[in-house]
Design a binder for this molecule. Structure first.
Ligand SMILES: [Ca+2]
Ligand SMILES: [Ca+2]
Length: 245
């Protein structure tokens, strides 16, 4: 019987979805590190913790890479099939410019797949745990189209050069069209999609799900869409140099 009050507390508070949300927003104070403890020397730095990160869920038919504020943070590790969800933890940074290259599986010369026997289609969807979702407010532009006029007998394609700085924060995407939202039926996602949280997100592409094969998307998120507090301005924002140096 001694355990009962603990159980009731759990049922009433911590186990309800609302309570767990509140618990996330009221994070416990950081433990002060004892002087002379393990770690580097120097002035105390307000460092982010793992529970300061966002969970990013992304699914692309067939492949994507994603930049946040000019830094590469996600790459689909499976180039074509099976279709997969990529989930990573990212440190929020607002305003947050998200830039995505998404590719349908398509031969660069014919626009077809499976040894030029098939016309495939694309699709992209994203949700971050701060409430960021893909939708028609994003900008989109196709850089690889074909087969032109769906001609599978004599397939021809067009390519536009991809701007060198397409993922930069200050890249001008104002001439790009808005992304087109597509139905789940049209994209027909495979099983991993249903095992991850994409609630509220929309499937996006250009207007042509079948013939536009390489699509760039961009959007900027000014503040957490779910109303969460802005991250501290004094978090260290260093970036690892991934070159072979
Ligand atoms: Ca295609
Ligand atoms: Ca495809």
């Amino acid at each position: 019987m001694k355990k009962l009050p603990t159980l009731i507390t759990c049922l009433a508070l911590a186990c309800s979805p609302l309570a767990s949300l509140e618990a996330q927003n009221e994070r416990p104070p950081r433990k002060e590190k004892a002087k002379g403890g393990k770690g580097g020397s120097g002035p105390r730095v307000n460092k982010p913790r793992i529970d300061d990160t966002l969970r990013a869920n992304v699914y692309a038919d067939n492949w994507f890479k994603l930049y946040i504020n000019g830094n590469l943070v996600m790459v689909d590790s499976i180039s074509f099939i099976p279709h997969n969800v990529v989930s990573v933890d990212i440190l929020p940074e607002y305003p947050m410019t998200i830039a995505v290259m998404a590719k349908d599986n398509a031969d660069l010369d014919t626009g077809l797949e499976y040894n030029n026997s098939n016309l495939g289609d694309g699709g992209f969807i994203l949700k971050f745990s701060d409430g960021t979702v893909s939708n028609a407010s994003w900008r989109a532009k196709s850089f690889f189209h074909g087969p032109i006029n769906r001609d599978m007998e004599n397939p021809e394609t067009t390519h536009k050069p991809i701007p060198e700085n397409w993922f930069a924060v200050d890249f001008d995407d104002s001439a790009w069209e808005n992304a087109t939202e597509h139905t789940e039926e049209a994209v027909s996602p495979k099983s991993p999609f249903y095992e991850n949280d994409f609630e509220g997100a929309q499937w996006i592409w250009t207007g042509d799900l079948a013939l536009d094969n390489t699509v760039l998307f961009r959007t900027t998120i000014e503040s957490p869409p779910n109303g969460a507090p802005m991250p501290p301005a004094d978090w260290p924002r260093g970036h690892i140099d991934s070159s072979n140096r």
